[in-house]
Write a new protein. Structure first.
Length: 582
């Protein structure tokens, strides 16, 4: 059969128009307030599957692609473009006829026959049928009175026609994902959460609660929705939840002070090995304010265990120590909060220690140097940050010292040196100052060291303050873009295989006449290290990603919202790092 691709389906404009028509219905449903739970669940389920279609089209660059193109340069589209266009036409027809009492559908006899067909039968029929526009004359819900639509949907749900169309929609979207998987890893299907309307909400509405309960439909989306609902909940509301139990621990903790880090060290709690993360607070600080925040972070860390992509360790609780309580003296000026994470027995080491020549431990982990291991670490961190931000959770402390490798529990090699495979994938720690990405949450001031500031954007140095403006051009307010900047510094560290402190020390030693501040350090990375060292060591794609992170404007460009920012970060960072292989 002669392909119809060259006449219409090669045009991303045509395919994009069909998809945008589907998304217009989804946007319309956002404005509809349904009277009953059945209609609410139907709407959320419909938008869930349309978000999968949305993400599929994003990955194929059919929509949200700034580069002009006359077509998609892929052999599958050249050969099967007619079927793809028919699939999208049927999906659009279906969503525009949600409230129709008729069972008719183009190409097939009715919705039941289309649904009863196997995936291969549907594909064959859609491939052999010449495409034409079926839905152009349909009544679009976007042009319909909202109250009329609500009444019509109620009747369509009662007689089952709406659910029948929804089930067919699920089959059609699944067919597209199965027959035409976009380039890149199959795990990227999880990216549909980035465009799901339920997860785009900034308030804990019914869609977020509904999605968090749909573990059978999509465990990842459900877990992320539950985490976001927890993140944006006020601490007083969380205390009413039956699963809220951020334990303050009181049993015996033995600390291993052989660690070179003052913030992270290992120990044993009740005889079990733990990683300890210390937060120091002035004794005069208002603990009535700080402790609820600590408890919320502990609760979030416990909740995040449902999502492996976040790379957080199991947190069992926290220990609060006042001056005069062991190990603090009565004259100590600070109190401490210690987060306890369960780990397997053995040494834990940070990425900073590995990259620091001063650390003797680094010699044991020299197998981290291979490109493939560094690429893997970069991919893991970028994906963790993507989903952390999707849950509206700011880390605020991304740096090589907060990236930990802990024992995997596998048998230790008899070799004296530990190899990269035994290190396993990295974990994110350093959440002691993390918070919700909202102006309502407030910001906790804390002291920062000179080394800490190397990881912070030039406009976000020193203490945080509460500011109504949430973009980088305004100083003081920490944003998602600030986290991304910190990731960029870490990517540069891995690119030159030096810690930020070593980079800064080398700079000052070589250019003693130049004072090092945040702006000169940023300029040194973008103008010298990335184009020369990082590009040579890691390749152009990795270097471009590091530079893009240091620009730190994914969410702050004019006209961009959260969804635009997350899609941009995925396209320009996460998906690009997936291409980096050695």
């Amino acid at each position: 059969m002669e392909s119809h691709y060259n006449t219409f389906a090669a045009s991303t404009g045509l395919l994009g128009n069909l998809i945008q028509g589907c998304l217009a219905v989804s946007n319309f449903l956002d404005r509809v307030e349904h009277a009953d739970e059945l209609a609410n669940q139907f709407t959320a389920r419909l938008q869930f599957h349309l978000s999968r279609l949305h993400w599929w089209s994003c990955r194929w660059k059919i929509i949200h692609d700034e580069s002009p193109s006359n077509g998609i340069p892929d052999a599958r589209f050249q050969m099967y473009g007619n079927a793809i266009a028919n699939y999208l036409e049927l999906i659009l027809h279906n969503v525009r006829h949600l409230t129709s009492q008729q069972d008719s559908i183009p190409i097939f006899k009715n919705t039941r026959s289309a649904q009863a067909s196997s995936a291969s039968e549907r594909f064959s029929k859609l491939l052999s049928t010449p495409w034409k526009e079926y839905s152009g004359s349909s009544t679009e819900p976007t042009h319909e009175n909202i109250s009329n639509f609500t009444d019509r949907l109620k009747w369509a749900l009662q007689n089952g026609s709406a659910m029948q169309r929804l089930e067919l929609l699920e089959y059609l979207v699944r067919d597209l994902e199965g027959f035409f998987p976009p380039p890149g890893p199959s795990s990227d299907i999880s990216g549909a959460v980035l465009v799901n309307p339920a997860l785009m909400t900034e308030q804990g509405d019914w869609k977020l609660r509904w999605l968090s309960a749909q573990t059978d439909m999509d465990p990842f989306a459900a877990s992320l929705a539950w985490l976001k609902a927890t993140t944006i909940s006020h601490i007083n509301d969380l205390k009413l939840s039956p699963d809220y139990n951020p334990q303050r621990l009181h049993d015996m903790l033995i600390r291993d002070r052989r660690s070179t880090s003052d913030r992270h060290y290992t120990g044993h709690y009740n005889g079990s090995p733990v990683l300890i993360e210390k937060k120091t607070v002035p004794r005069r600080a208002n603990n009535d304010l700080i402790r609820p925040r600590i408890e919320k972070v502990v609760h979030l860390l416990q909740a995040s265990q449902r999502i492996q992509e976040l790379r957080t360790l199991p947190c069992i609780g926290y220990i609060y120590t006042q001056p005069g309580e062991c190990p603090l003296s009565i004259n100590d000026e600070n109190c401490t909060y210690e987060f306890l994470y369960t780990i397997h027995a053995g040494p834990a080491i940070s990425l900073r220690e590995i990259l620091s020549s001063e650390s003797k431990k680094a010699d044991k982990y020299k197998e981290v140097r291979p490109l493939n291991k560094r690429f893997e670490i970069a991919r893991t961190l970028s994906r963790a940050l993507l989903y952390l931000h999707a849950a509206e959770w700011l880390h605020k402390g991304i740096r090589s010292s907060s990236i930990m490798f802990v024992p995997s529990g596998q048998p230790i090699s008899k070799s004296k040196e530990t190899n990269a495979s035994q290190l396993g994938r990295p974990y994110l720690v350093g959440f002691e100052y993390s918070r919700l990405a909202s102006n309502d949450e407030g910001t906790e001031n804390h002291a920062t060291t000179v080394e800490d500031n190397l990881y912070r954007h030039p406009d976000a140095q020193g203490l945080d303050t509460t500011d109504e403006e949430s973009y980088i051009g305004k100083t003081g307010r920490f944003t998602k873009d600030h986290d991304i900047y910190s990731l960029g510094v870490t990517l540069v560290e891995m690119g030159v295989y030096k810690s930020a402190k070593r980079i800064a020390d080398d700079f000052q030693r070589e250019r003693s006449s130049h004072a090092l501040n945040a702006k000169t350090f940023h300029k040194h990375m973008t103008d010298t290290l990335i184009p020369q060292n990082v590009t040579f060591n890691m390749g152009e794609v990795y270097a471009r990603v590091a530079f893009r992170c240091l620009q730190a404007n994914f969410y702050s460009l004019p006209g961009r919202n959260n969804q635009d920012g997350s899609i941009a970060f995925y396209k320009e960072v996460v998906s690009q790092l997936e291409l980096c292989r050695a």
